[in-house]
Design a protein around this ligand. Structure first.
Ligand code: 3HC
Length: 295
């Protein structure tokens, strides 16, 4: 198995916002990156946004123009899982669906070399269960990045029941090589950050639902009253209301406490397709037509 400094080739699966941010970080850290997505449009959008982001950072003096262009060249777009066979580390950032992720892990287990570490960027799905879908549970681990990955300073590492100390140490040092601070969570629903963040977001929806305050007052209250960069409702739109709902359901089912029960207003927004910033409408509207659901 590769140590952190030997992780030279990184496969990233999913060219959405999280996957492209992770690919950017790995390329900037000197790794050869294989960015996999079945959708060629998603891949070209990701490469354009990574290039723009790296060039912006170079313009600010974070690294030289040459280093920036070299990082961009280190990213190769691929379209099949087979293309990841030689990766030392694979990080998946696909849809938050346990069955879909398990299927992917089974496939990765078959095609990657025996030493490859398999990581999931899941927000809340059990790493132990993903690991047990493979024949290498000791090499399966959670690497939870935060949005936007190039900016946010944290990686939460989740150890499954069978994750080995060597794999944990390699992934921890690799995360530090990406310039991040690491925290370690045991494999319980929502891990550390979402266990605490999502009930706060849910409570903000309850406050809106029961008319305690307007959305603007709830967000301004938390921004200025507790020094958060975004209010909880704005943050929910930024994360995606569907993602928030899915994490809350994992907390509710996994911890069996009604305090995690999703607020009906959040459920209704998701049912209405108001998924947040990515859809142009969530709690707030982002320049597109709003649906008929009223807060
Ligand atoms: N990619 C790269 N850089 C970005 C970026 C992105 N997507 N978005 C913003 N930036 C950069 C900007 O270029 C700017 O850089 P500069 O200061 O050097 O010029 C800097 O970030 C600040 O951006 P802005 O001035 O445009 O806006 P803000 O000051 O409002 O910052 C923010 C934007 C960093 C997103 C800030 O609002 C913030 O920290 N919000 C909270 C984000 C957060 O909590 N994320 C975690 C969500 S939970 C999660 O992801 C877990 C999951 O499991 C649910």
């Amino acid at each position: 198995m590769a140590t952190a400094s030997e992780i030279a080739a990184v496969g990233v699966i999913g060219a959405g916002q999280m996957g492209s941010g992770i690919a950017q970080l790995a390329a900037a850290a000197g790794c050869a990156v294989l960015l996999l997505d079945a959708d060629p449009t998603a891949l070209s959008r990701a490469v354009a946004s990574i290039s723009a982001s790296l060039r912006r950072l170079a313009a600010k003096g974070q690294f030289s123009q040459a280093a920036c262009e070299d990082s961009i060249k280190r990213i190769r777009c691929v379209s099949t899982v087979q293309d990841l066979r030689d990766a030392d580390l694979v990080i998946e950032a696909i849809v938050e669906n346990e069955d879909v992720k398990k299927k992917l892990f089974v496939e990765l287990d078959k095609i990657t070399k025996p030493s490859t570490i398999l990581a999931s960027n899941t927000s809340s799905i059990s790493i132990t269960r993903l690991g047990s879908a493979t024949k290498r549970p000791s090499q399966v681990i959670g690497m939870h990045f935060f949005n936007p990955p190039p900016i946010m300073k944290l990686i939460e590492i989740i150890r499954g029941a069978d994750t080995s100390d060597e794999v944990f140490a390699a992934v921890k040092s690799f995360s530090e090589r990406l310039g991040k601070t690491v925290i370690c969570s045991q494999d319980y629903p929502g891990f550390i950050v979402n266990r605490i963040l999502m009930p706060m977001i849910n409570e903000a929806f309850w406050a809106l639902y029961t008319g305690v305050g307007t959305k603007e007052d709830i967000d301004t209250g938390m921004k200025l009253g507790t020094n958060h960069p975004m209010g909880p409702l704005q943050l929910a739109d930024f994360i995606g209301l569907d993602v928030c709902l899915s994490v809350l359901r994992v907390l509710h089912n996994g911890l069996g406490d009604n305090k995690y029960s999703p607020c009906p207003l959040l459920v209704q927004y998701v049912d209405a397709g108001r998924l947040g910033k990515k859809r142009g409408v969530g709690v707030y509207s982002y320049g597109q037509k709003s649906s008929s659901v009223k807060p």
